[in-house]
Design a protein. Sequence first.
Length: 188
Amino acid sequence: MKKMWLIGDSIRIGYQPFVQSGMDGIAAVAGPEDNCRFSKYTLWYVDIWLNEFGRPDLIHWNNGMWDVYRHEGDNSPFESLDGYIANMRQIYEKLEKYGVPIIYATTTPVKPDHPNCRNELIDQYNDAIVEMLRSEGVAINDLNAVIRTKMNDYISEDGMHLTEEGSKACSQAVTDIAKAYFKAGRTD
């Protein structure tokens, strides 16, 4: 059976069980038990996680929400845009060594009144990473656009995490793109 690996933060943790169900019989879906958090954290651990899981046939990946987060009293995001792009390039280079397709998922939006994250910054980071990864031939799964269609239904009361309905919407987008890759034989 094919193997699909999901990398991402708590948003990924929320949709992963639904992706596993949607890919049943097509691919074994796994991801780190750990929240992959911010890009430097993922950069530190990605080799360890991949060694535990083994060579996948497809990788679906996101980092971003933690990077744009502004802690109480901070005027700057946790990771600068330049630092984020540098970290993400290094993660990409590690993932690329496996020689399998990589799909990048955009960072999902937050509710407009979220005190520590702003959609303008999420969009700026998404635009920059999408430009970099597209230039490398990486497919983009625009989960940001999926969630924006019904933000009030898809984003929970904390203004950031997804409701079950939001997790299911993301999982459908992830499952659809993964099935298309497997059906087209782009994972051989």
